[in-house]
Design a binder for this molecule. Structure first.
Ligand code: NAD
Length: 258
């Protein structure tokens, strides 16, 4: 008996379009892969940041000034290029789907604020943002430019203008809990969704990745667009292996076509 033919990328894309057209409360989860075509490298690919810097744990940031200094050196190298990056066609496609009432919101693992800059309105940032810093002592938040300016002025770690405590970038560090309120809202969206798009995420980092499973168990169709395999491919209803900035505008145009 001849082996069943594997569906082509075009056929998988058509399937994704059909599923998303039928959805009434779709939600997207996005990862670093959505921004690689804006020139921001993801973490795990060759040439990614972990080849140049080691991740600093939250407990180390609280306990050690050397760790705080090391973390800010990493941010000093990676934040300015991120701020200079522009949203790509995939970010714009998601904003268009939301504006047309075809997407209830974007849950993102990204910290680059490119969804908001592309026009997305409801963006749940699971891992915080690189646009701000937060005081480790009093929780005061300041713009990242003010924190970086302190580094430029010769401070090795920026400090809080209100209480003098050490500032930390407002991203979620390894070993730090995700913002509870944001995670709760994301879980509710995933549970209520009838369509769940997992885009540019390796779906290896929990609890973000687990939202795909939660949505699927709660009855959503699961559509994955990612260049590499994910642990959720087997349970997904459509898997499109393609570059997001190329494929998402086509997906959105087909879903929005009359
Ligand atoms: P990841 O690096 O683990 O996975 C990214 C995935 O995207 C990979 O599976 C890769 O195959 C895929 N990919 C890369 N380019 C793609 C493209 N053009 N089209 C389709 N797929 C593409 O990233 P992650 O799972 O999102 O988790 C890493 C964590 O690192 C995130 O939680 C985030 O907090 C942080 N991070 C954020 C940014 C950002 O804000 N832009 C960048 C790097 C890392």
């Amino acid at each position: 008996m001849a082996a069943a033919r594997r569906a082509t990328m075009e056929e998988n894309l058509e399937r994704a379009v059909r599923l998303l057209r039928a959805a009434r409360s779709a939600v997207a989860l996005t990862g670093a892969g959505l921004s690689t075509e804006s020139g921001i490298p993801d973490f795990r690919s060759p040439g990614g940041v972990w080849e140049r810097f080691r991740p600093v744990e939250y407990q180390e940031l609280l306990a050690s000034h050397a760790a705080r200094r090391e973390h800010w050196r990493y941010k000093q190298a990676t934040v300015p290029p991120m701020l200079a990056a522009k949203p790509n066609a995939a970010h714009v496609a998601l904003a268009e789907l939301e504006a047309a009432g075809r997407l209830r919101g974007v849950i993102t693992q990204n910290i680059d604020a490119l969804h908001q800059r592309a026009g997305s309105r409801r963006v749940l940032e699971l891992h915080g943002t690189n646009l701000e810093a937060v005081c480790l002592q009093c929780d005061e938040r300041v713009g990242i430019a003010a924190a970086l300016a302190q580094l430029e002025a010769g401070h090795d770690v920026p400090s809080c203008g209100r209480c003098g405590g050490w500032l930390k970038p407002a991203t979620v560090s390894f070993g730090q809990s995700l913002p509870a309120e944001v995670l709760r809202e994301a879980a509710t969206l995933a549970q209520q969704a009838d369509g769940f798009l997992a885009l540019g995420s390796s779906l290896l980092v929990n609890p973000a990745a687990a939202l795909a499973g939660l949505a699927k168990r709660s009855g959503a169709v699961l559509i994955i667009v990612n260049l590499s395999e994910t642990p959720y491919d087997e349970v997904a209803d459509a898997v499109v292996r393609a570059k997001l900035a190329e494929v998402l505008p086509r997906l959105a145009a087909a879903v929005l076509a009359p």
